[in-house]
Structures are given as C-alpha cells and as structure tokens.
Design a binder for this molecule. Structure first.
Ligand code: GTP
Ligand code: MG
Length: 142
C-alpha cells in the first residue's frame, strides 16, 4: 500500500476516506491535528484553508509516496490553486468525494478544479456508499 497524505478543505471527507481505507468504523470525528493511521496521513481541513499552516502539509507530504487532493463535489468551495500539485515533491492524485449527493455538473466542476490544480489521475468516490472506492484502493495498492 502506498503511504498517502490526504489534503482538502474542512468536511470534504478526508477522515471518512481514512476510515474506509483502513477498515475502521465510519463515524464523524473532527480532525484536530495530523493523524497517522497505518499508511494514511489524515490532516485537518484548516491546514489547507489557513495558509499559515500550509507549510506543515508540504513538509509532512515528504513522508508520503502519494498526495491525494480531496474535493467535496457537493460544495461550491474550492481551495486548491491552479498548478498547486507542482509544489509537492511526490505525485498528486485527485479524489472527488460525496458523489452520492452531488449533481453530475457539480461532480464535473470538482474534477475540473482538481485537474486545474494538477492532480492526476482523478477518482470519483463516496466512502459512505462505497462507490468508486475499489478503484481508488487498487490504485493505492499498485
Ligand atoms: N453523503 C456523503 N457524506 C460524506 C462523504 N464523505 C464524508 N461525508 C460526511 O461529511 C462529513 C465530514 O466528513 P469528514 O470525513 O469528517 O471530513 P474531513 O475532511 O475529515 O473534515 P476535517 O477533519 O474537519 O478537515 C461527515 O458527516 C461525513 O459523514 C460522502 O462521500 N458522501
Ligand atoms: Mg477529518
């Protein structure tokens, strides 16, 4: 399994993804600090939203094999800047979450923002329904 770091805004679904990938109970737990769960590094959304903390994401990403930019398709809120993936020294893929509650247009918009940020490839998932999770996990196992 690749060691991954999840980066995305508050409530986009990073902890839920972490729980699904690590076969934990799916429950809401607010992330307060960097959390290491097996090969997953879960991060608080505030670290992306508040530029003062962004540096610690960059530094911690060096411990991972793969960065995942996580974008909630159900919210019209985008924090990734164009080309931002290029600032990381490890590959960056994108994960569009909440596809079970977002419209097709919202899902397309979310993917477009991730592509613009330089994330590749892009996965479309819901760790609540399980949709798309097999594809993401098999990518992480390669
Ligand atoms: N319907 C649906 N709800 C989701 C999905 N992913 C996460 N959620 C819900 O969204 C809420 C926030 O999810 P979290 O996983 O805690 O979000 P987070 O990115 O870890 O948030 P922070 O720790 O605050 O940065 C929870 O109530 C989850 O159940 C999804 O794919 N579909
Ligand atoms: Mg969290």
């Amino acid at each position: 399994m690749k060691k991954i770091i999840l980066i995305g805004n508050v409530s986009c679904g990073k902890t839920t993804l972490t729980q699904y990938i690590n076969h934990q109970k799916i429950e809401y737990i607010k992330t307060q600090a960097l959390e290491f769960v097996n090969d997953t590094i879960d991060t608080p959304g505030e670290y992306l939203e508040n530029r003062a903390y962004f540096g610690s994401l960059m530094v911690t990403s060096c411990e991972a094999d793969q960065v995942l930019f996580v974008q909630d398709a159900s919210r019209d809120l985008f924090y990734f800047s164009p080309g931002q993936a290029g600032a990381f020294s490890v590959p960056v893929a994108g994960v569009v979450t909440k596809i079970d509650i977002a419209s097709e247009q919202e899902i397309r918009d979310a993917a477009e923002r991730l592509e613009l940020a330089g994330a590749d490839p892009i996965f479309y998932v819901s760790p609540i329904t399980g949709e798309g999770m097999d594809g993401l996990i098999s990518f992480l196992q390669k």
